[in-house]
Design a protein around this ligand. Structure first.
Ligand SMILES: NC(=O)c1ccc[n+]([C@@H]2O[C@H](COP(=O)([O-])OP(=O)(O)OC[C@H]3O[C@@H](n4cnc5c(N)ncnc54)[C@H](OP(=O)(O)O)[C@@H]3O)[C@@H](O)[C@H]2O)c1
Length: 247
């Protein structure tokens, strides 16, 4: 088992009642964009820990993570109360295979995430790899409410840097918000609405998809994409759909 290192909270950003981000300084080992580590706190004398994907890029300090405060989440409720200067444990070594090196090259890279499941994509998009290997990158963030669409400044920065090569599409499922798609990702794929909104066609020849977040979204979107002729990407049988269930 990988060892714990002590981190220091530099910032705790409370975006909404349920969403927050921590910026943490900690001497972790090198990791790959898309990987996760574990964060832990000693609560009532016991180390409570959970895996979280890095939102920050490899080599970037402070480290950054994006959280949802679940009503019954002991750890998330303790983490949301952390203040600058507080200590938090971080696993030194990262894990996981939800990385771009597992994804075959193609023309378009589609990064689909729900809620805090968008975090690993920001880590990837801050690196050169997607921009060297794909002509266009489409980032899709699906949330319940408009206020859940965070990191807009970072998205704006990516748009300024990469212009037409970067496309951002938001979905809001429980409010009708101008400039976003209403409803869920799988239905929008099946009905062709995602392609119309982005102006980019989905095909087995030109598209690679990464899916991360709500496990039901991952399952239903996989089915919708299979309906379009795409298949799961596995090391032995490469395809176009690479997935990470976020909880
Ligand atoms: N443990 C974790 O790491 C973690 C992280 C984030 C969230 N959560 C859990 O998720 C819940 C709320 O999180 P959240 O606000 O991010 O909401 P969420 O329920 O994951 O919803 C995010 C988006 O995914 C959509 N969605 C849900 N099921 C789908 C499906 N089968 N196919 C396609 N899209 C689907 C939702 O649409 P609808 O509005 O139509 O449902 C919504 O637009 C909490 O219970 C929380 O504990 C856990």
């Amino acid at each position: 088992m990988s060892e714990w290192v002590q981190g220091t909270v530099l910032e705790n950003i409370h975006w909404t009642q349920n969403l927050f981000s921590l910026r943490i300084e900690a001497p972790v080992d090198e990791f790959k964009a898309g990987q996760f580590t574990s964060l832990g706190l000693d609560i009532e004398g016991e180390r409570t820990a959970r895996p979280y994907s890095f939102l920050s890029a490899p080599g970037e300090q402070p480290l950054e993570f994006f959280f949802y405060t679940a009503t019954d989440g002991v750890l998330s409720n303790a983490m949301v109360a952390l203040a600058p200067g507080d200590e938090i444990f971080v696993k030194r070594e990262a894990n996981g295979f939800f990385t771009l090196e597992e994804v075959p090259s193609s023309r378009d890279l589609w990064l689909l995430g729900t809620g805090t499941g968008i975090a690993p994509y920001f880590s990837m998009l801050k690196t050169d790899e997607p921009w060297e290997r794909f002509e266009r990158v489409v980032l899709v963030h699906a949330v319940r409410q408009d206020s859940d669409l965070r990191y807009q400044a970072l998205i704006e920065e990516l748009s300024m840097t990469y212009g037409d090569r970067f496309v951002f599409q938001a979905f809001v499922s429980r409010e009708e918000i101008e400039g976003t798609l209403y409803g869920r990702i799988p239905e929008a794929i099946t009905r062709g609405e995602l392609e119309t909104a982005t102006g980019i066609e989905i095909s087995a020849e030109h598209s690679q998809f990464m899916l991360c977040g709500n496990p039901d979204m991952v399952a239903d979107t996989t089915e919708a994409l299979k309906g379009r002729g795409l298949s799961k990407n596995r090391r032995r049988t490469p395809g176009q759909i690479t997935v990470e269930k976020y909880w």
